[in-house]
Each structure stands twice: as C-alpha cells, then as structure tokens.
Ligand binder design. Structure first.
Ligand code: CA
Length: 440
C-alpha cells in the first residue's frame, strides 16, 4: 500500500463517483443516507465522513496565506481554548510538518472509475470470505458478547471489519495528527479538518493512544474501524476493559465500536439487509430511487420476482424497502432494507453497503448475485460525466453544475432525457446516452 494513496480511499473515490447511492441530499461527503438513489461525489466513509457541506472545488488550488508554523501557533491558541493542554498539544505537534502526499491525495480527481462489479468481486473474494469465516470461529465468544450488548449480527461486524481494514491488516500508516494538521492548513475543507484535529488531540489527552501510534489514512480515518476522530469520540468503546479505547490494537474494542456505531445508525437486530429481485418488462424505472420506499409486499405486487432458486428472507414482506439498481436497468436489482441503510451511515456509498451486505451473506453461507452485469458498459470517465452534464443542460435538462458528480440534479436530468428518448428512465449515466446527446 502506498502511504499517500490509501487503496480503500481510492476505491471509494472511484466507486462513489459512479455508483448508485442512497442519500438525502447530495453533499460531497454526506454522513447519512436515506433517500435518493444516485451516484455522488467522492464520499468518505461516514465513520470518516464530514457533515454535509457545500462541495469544495476539487481542483481549486488552496494557497495557504501563512507559513505552517504560523498556522500552528494560531491553531494552538484555539486548541487550548477547546480544553487541550499545552503539554498534550506540544507533545502531539513535536516535529510535525505539512505532509505533501496528503495535499496530493486531497486534490486528486480520478479520471477513471472502477466498475461496480469489479469492486464487488474484490470485496467478496473467496480469500476474504475464508478469512472472515476463520475469524468468526476464532472470535465466537467475543462476538456472542458483542451481539448480546449491541444487537448487531456477527457476520455484518466481520464484513465491515474486512471492508474497512482487511480485518485490521490495513489501517493506514500515516500520522493522524500530521495528516489532519496538513488538511487544516492547506486542505480543501480546513474547518472540518480542524474539528477532527481537536477531537484527535482529545483522544491523545485521554491517554487512549500515544501520538506516534495514532496512525490512519491520509484523511484521518483511524484503526481497524477507520473511524474519524469525531466518530471515535462518540462511538469508540473499551470492550476489553483495559481502560483504553484502542481501535488500533484491540479487535474486541474495534468490533464493539463498529457494533455500537451500527446500532446507533438504526441497525435492526436479526433483520436481513435486503435481497435480489428481478423486474418485469415495462417496469417503471423511476421507482428505482432511494427516496421511494414501500413495504416489500407492495414492491412485489408491482411485478418484482425472485431469481430462480432464491427465497425471500423470512419476515421481509412487511419491511420498508427501496429498489437499488447499482448498474442501471441492465444490471442486477435489489430491494434494500433498514440494515442496508445502517451500513450506508458507515460509508455513504451503495457499492460499499452492497459489498458489506453480500460479504455478510456469504459468511452466513448464502450465495452471491445471480443477475448479470452490463460489462460492455463501462462507467463514464470524469470528463465524460462533465460532458454529459453540459450536454444535458444544453438540451434543456438542467443537470446543475458540470462537476462530474452524478448527483440528484444530474440524475433527474438523465431520467428526463431518457423518457424523452424512449429509454428506460433509470437515471444511470451511460455511453449510449452520452452519444445520443452528442448526436442531437
Ligand atoms: Ca480497550
């Protein structure tokens, strides 16, 4: 793993840019998800996520107006006002300089996106499933106690652990204080980075971890759970009882912290995440929008069927569901329930939530996806997405700012254009749509 490009972070940028996401409003780094099915901007994991904020222009140069030392001196005053002791601050900042690799990562805008099917294939690889099964067995007693306390299924916890840090193996190796100080000094979201930095200093002040061992991703996501400091503050727990909340070195603390976060995100004990469905010809694809939720029984009355050889999870009929089409109408379809939404609060990307859900399903001994992916239809590149937005707007379908982010406005514009051209209105950006707009 390159220290300056956390691979998972890159995944997230690739995936988030092209995949379908459930969220209320399109923010660059949304924390919560609930509504509209749409691809969004680079999304940090929610355990890592910033509060909704106006998207910062990714390629805008952020030119610091002062030296790092001057910034640090000013920030020190604020930190002390926030209750950080001079001793904590000075020890944490000893020898700290701005990290150029963090600045590069913060400003990177991947041109090409990884197809969702490739991402899922990697996420639920046989190796990962086997490792997850072994860890389920090794940690059976611990997981029983965590399930009893938080009501979150052990398979889901192991799946999140696998996705977040490959079961603790890849936690990021950058100094969290240095990364966040760099982002507060010259990142695109200085206020957010500064609040994370204060929270990180509080963790040090509590004695949960030593500064040199407080490592994480370039964006400040830490430990086996990849919590950002403010999420740590609210949801990290000391489950092994040694007096420290150690999500870096204690898998008991990490798994329990994950369980607590999912419980707080609305996890429903014993409920399924969702299940795969098939749509009848002529289905109204406008309904495939995370904002539209109906009881499963109503969805089934609209002509949804189960793939041959599959069964609806017991008790799912009366649960509230949204219809998810991760690759548009030509790909697989899923009805997703409350626990899927809880996972989205960890990381607001439907590809991520699907990966966690499918990995958990495999750990339960279940199967994978039955429907085929449109593998001839690769995701649009960033410049193609911007061109699509410009063309949509030029043709009278307002796609909002041409930023390459397929948010709510763009998705709505795509659906309108698709309806006009007699194509299924799934809101999914394709090369075919781009070409038909170019030709008009
Ligand atoms: Ca502990």
């Amino acid at each position: 793993m390159s220290p300056c490009r956390h691979p998972r972070w890159q995944f997230r940028q690739f995936i988030a840019a092209t995949s379908f996401i459930l969220l209320v409003a399109c923010a660059e780094k949304p924390t919560a998800a609930s509504a509209v099915q749409l691809p969004v901007a680079p999304a940090a994991p929610a355990a890592q996520a910033a509060p909704p904020a106006a998207p910062a222009p990714a390629d805008a140069a952020v030119v610091p107006t002062q030296s790092f030392e001057d910034w640090e001196a000013g920030f020190r005053v604020q930190a002390l006002q926030a209750g950080i002791t001079a001793q904590t601050f000075d020890r944490a900042f000893s020898g700290v300089t701005a990290d150029p690799s963090v600045v590069t990562a913060d400003r990177s805008q991947p041109e090409f996106s990884r197809p969702v099917w490739e991402y899922l294939e990697g996420a639920i690889s046989p190796v990962r499933v086997r490792k997850g099964q072994a860890l389920l067995a090794q940690n059976a007693e611990l997981l029983t106690r965590i399930e009893a306390r938080y009501g979150v299924d052990r398979q889901a916890l192991i799946a999140v652990w696998g996705m977040e840090s490959s079961f603790g193996q890849f936690q990021g190796d950058k100094s969290v204080i240095r990364s966040l100080a760099t982002l507060a000094y010259e990142g695109r979201r200085p206020d957010f980075a500064q609040s994370q930095l204060i929270a990180a200093l509080q963790i040090l002040q509590n004695g949960d971890i030593q500064p040199e061992r407080m490592l994480g991703s370039w964006a400040g996501a830490m430990g086996q759970t990849q919590f950002i400091p403010t999420t740590y503050a609210t949801h990290a727990v000391d489950f092994d009882g040694d007096g420290r909340r150690d999500i870096w070195n204690s898998s008991a603390d990490a798994l329990a912290s994950t369980a607590y976060y999912l419980q707080s995100s609305g996890w429903q004990r014993g409920q399924p995440w969702g299940f795969e469905v098939q749509l009848a010809p002529g289905f109204d694809y406008n309904l495939a929008d995370g904002a539209i939720r109906k009881p499963v029984s109503e969805w089934m009355q609209l002509g949804l069927t189960l793939p041959v050889g599959t069964q609806m999870p017991a008790g799912a009929e009366n649960l509230s569901a949204a219809l998810l089409l991760p690759a548009g109408y030509r790909g697989p379809a899923f009805l997703v329930l409350d626990n899927f939404r809880a996972v989205l609060k960890y990381n607001n990307s439907s590809s991520y939530a699907l990966a966690v859900s499918l990995l958990a399903q495999k750990l339960y001994g279940g199967g994978g996806i039955i429907g085929g992916w449109p593998k001839d239809d690769l995701p649009l590149s960033r410049s193609e997405r911007m061109e699509l937005q410009n063309l949509l707007s030029a043709h009278g379908y307002d796609a909002g700012t041409p930023d390459g982010i397929i948010g709510a406005n763009t998705r709505k514009a795509i659906r309108l254009a698709q309806q006009r051209y007699g194509e299924p209105a799934d809101g999914y950006p394709t090369h075919m749509l781009l070409e038909s707009l170019r030709a008009r």
